[in-house]
Design a protein around this ligand. Structure first.
Ligand SMILES: [Zn+2]
Length: 59
């Protein structure tokens, strides 16, 4: 299994580098690094955070 090395920071919140589809394919998980804080977050965690925010605003 090849391991991608360059810039392979795992998401700080779920610890993943990649997402696995329901068929078992591995896809690169888009991650975003904030240069200010040096935090790494992936799109899935961002989505989840957005959902949480939306829900908390509604209630
Ligand atoms: Zn994540």
């Amino acid at each position: 299994m090849p391991v991608s090395s360059s810039g392979a920071y795992a998401c700080e919140y779920c610890g993943r580098h990649e997402r696995r589809s329901f068929l078992g394919f591995r896809r690169p998980l888009l991650r975003m690094t904030t240069s200010q804080f040096g935090a790494v977050i992936c799109v899935e965690c961002l989505d989840r955070a957005g959902d949480l925010l939306n829900r908390s605003y509604r209630h």
